[in-house]
Write a new protein. Structure first.
Lengths: 509, 139
């Protein structure tokens, strides 16, 4: 009904569209996109202000401390003046004039000391403040002592006792030297405070600059943070990613999603998990290295056994029993070689270290050649074998050796786990940009509860462990690793007692 | 014309494997000489002028890879077919072996002696065909 009305009234329609747009909160997304685009600018501005502020504070404080240091220099000058005037007293005899001058210097000296004391009582550097105030008290004492000597000099001069005056002036000079040393010490303490404070402030500023840089980089276009924030807002998607953040030295899991009032961002410290993962990776590498080493070391003696048995079997007049033993031993050796090869391949595939050498490969021809190799197995068990579509597939770029293993493992499984006289059907076809390869048998099938684990390492279905005791549980695992590594897909369907169909597909561009 | 017996040089540092393989090749009627490492192999190649060399890779004194280097770069060495027999397929695959100048590569444990002898026959036949082809061209 309402729609009809809006159609009749153009203005109402306009208002309604505007209203709907506002209600739809689409605008919110645009506002948020705007904020995200502005974020680097805002962040930059924020840090610039902070850095400026910190720098200004440092400047003010440095100036203040420098002024105090200058005051110490002034005190030293004043003390020197007092000392000099006292000397003048000895010579000039215009005692009243000199006393006036000395009084002026003394007043100034005490004023400065008072100022410094008052300022430093508010200072946050407790230890230094205590030392400094102690030194200032000492300086005041030294000055008093100096003045006492000065009085002695003046009295001696007034009494015309030149010798006593000279002695007094010497004593005064000693006090003066002590006072200067004390003042130098005060100066040193202040410089120390100034430099420490400067270093701290510099660190603050550097920290701020580092954080500014980091924020700038993290929020710039194309970083995970920026991209996922945009995704969360534009597409209303929940985004999660993990990243290492150097300024805080943490691995964080960042989760973002659209919430009613914008975007919510959650950070979680996943450092511990990362550490465990790293450890696990290195343990797995060690394990793989070990497997690889052992396998290589096994191959040489295995080749020796294999070949010697073959020679023994080739001798003339081998007794029948012995010949049978030799054949059994040969079979075991070949099985052992296969196992070693499987372990080697797995350790390389798992590490992603197996170098894949893609070459033009025709899966039909490959299947045909594998079937030729295992023809005796098929005839021994009197299976009925049908093959279709060998010529119907295009040439693909695949690693021949590895693909051969896939085809061989799947075919020999079908042959092995099907009762004699069974039916085996191999099928190849190209469909939907994929080459589909499959083998169907009417064999033992896989029990329902084993099905989920068929491609696991070392797993063997319960029903086959009763039929065939040998078998490593590695065959299908390798098949899966190889197919996945080549960008293909693998699967099966099966019913216990009825048979199985294993298939894989490879992209055929 | 009686056919000349083909000469095969077997380079292998493991005594057991050398003995077994040499025996199998001799039973097939080849003239077999052996070398225990790469240095020995180069000497034997000059001395025997084999038609075919089975070359192990990991050996003391001089590796199979170095022997191939010499064969490639030293024109005074007689030409011959080389098949790498190794037990470590990690370091080497067929493509890499061919780049190094070998004609074939087999992982020892993966093959029976009869399979390897068959390969020897195949490669020798190939070499012979190439030779007669070259003679035709020259003639």
């Amino acid at each position: 009904m309402q729609e009809n009305e809006t159609v009749r009234d153009g203005g109402a329609k306009k208002r309604s569209l505007w209203g709907r747009w506002v209600r739809s909160r689409v605008y919110l997304v645009y506002v948020l996109i705007g904020i995200v685009s502005l974020a680097p600018l805002l962040i930059n501005h924020y840090y610039n202000a902070k850095i400026e502020d910190a720098t200004r504070k440092t400047d003010v404080l440095t100036e203040e401390l420098n002024r105090r240091i200058t005051q110490m220099d002034e005190l030293a000058v004043l003390a020197t003046e007092v000392n000099r005037e006292a000397g003048n007293v000895l010579e000039s005899r215009d005692i009243a004039e000199e006393k006036k001058k000395i009084g002026g210097y003394l007043a100034r000296f005490n004023l400065v000391v008072g100022e410094v004391r008052a300022d430093w009582r508010q200072s946050p550097y407790e230890e230094e403040t205590a030392a400094l105030l102690g030194e200032l008290t000492a300086a005041a004492g030294q000055l008093d002592s100096m003045m006492e000597k000065e009085r002695r000099v003046t009295e001696s001069v007034e009494k015309n006792d030149a010798l006593a005056g000279l002695e007094g002036a010497q004593a005064m000079n000693r006090d003066f030297e002590n006072l200067l040393a004390t003042l130098r010490n005060v100066r040193r303490i202040m410089r120390g405070v100034r430099d420490t404070r400067l270093r701290e402030d510099m660190r603050d500023v550097q920290g701020l600059q580092a954080r500014q840089t980091w924020w700038g980089e993290s929020t710039a276009l194309g970083t995970p943070f920026e991209t996922s924030t945009r995704l969360a807002m534009e597409e209303n998607r929940n985004v999660q990613f993990e990243e290492f953040y150097p300024p805080i030295g943490l691995w964080l899991e960042v989760s973002e999603y659209r919430s009613a009032d914008g975007v919510s961002v959650f950070f979680r410290d996943v450092g511990e998990r990362k550490r465990i993962e790293e450890e696990l990776k290195s343990t797995m590498k060690m394990q793989a290295d070990f497997v690889s080493f052992v396998s290589h070391q096994l191959r040489t003696p295995l080749a020796g056994i294999r070949w010697m048995l073959e020679l023994a079997d080739g001798e003339e007049n081998v007794p029948v029993d012995a010949s049978n033993y030799i054949h059994d031993a040969q079979e075991s050796t070949v099985r052992l070689v296969t196992l070693v090869n499987d372990l080697l391949n797995i350790s390389r595939l798992e590490r992603g270290k197996l170098e894949i050498s893609p070459a033009p490969t025709h899966l039909g021809e490959m299947t045909e050649s594998v079937l030729k190799d295992i023809a005796t197995l098929v005839t021994e068990k009197q299976h009925e074998l049908t093959v279709t579509g060998l010529a119907d597939v295009p040439v693909l770029s695949l690693d021949q050796q590895l693909m051969r293993q896939v085809v061989l493992n799947l075919l020999s499984n079908a042959i092995k786990y099907t009762h004699p006289g069974g039916k085996i059907d191999v099928r190849l076809e190209k469909k939907d940009g994929q080459v589909h390869w499959s083998v169907r048998d009417n064999g033992l099938g896989i029990p329902q509860k084993s099905q989920a684990r068929m491609f696991e390492k070392f797993f063997r279905a319960e029903n086959i462990t009763k039929v065939a005791t040998e078998g490593t549980g590695l065959g299908l695992y390798i098949v899966r690793l190889i197919v996945e590594q080549m960008g293909g897909k693998i699967g099966f369907e099966s019913e216990e007692g009825k048979g199985s169909r294993f298939y894989f597909s490879m992209p055929a561009p | 014309m009686t056919e000349r017996r083909k000469k095969i040089l077997l380079v292998e540092d493991q005594e057991l494997l050398r003995k077994a393989f040499a025996t199998a090749l001799k039973r097939k009627g080849y003239e077999v000489s052996t070398a225990v490492d790469g240095m020995d192999a180069l000497e034997k190649i000059r001395e025997v002028r084999p038609d075919l060399v089975f070359l192990d890779i990991l050996m003391p004194r001089m590796t199979g890879a170095e022997v191939l280097e010499h064969l490639k770069n030293d024109p005074t060495l007689p030409k011959c077919k080389v098949i790498i027999t190794s037990n470590s397929s990690i370091d080497l695959d067929l493509a890499e072996a061919k780049r190094m100048g070998a004609d074939g590569m087999y992982v020892k444990a993966n093959h029976s002696l009869s399979e390897l002898c068959e390969q020897a026959e195949r490669f020798l036949k190939q070499a012979e065909e190439n030779e007669s082809h070259e003679k035709d061209i020259a003639g």
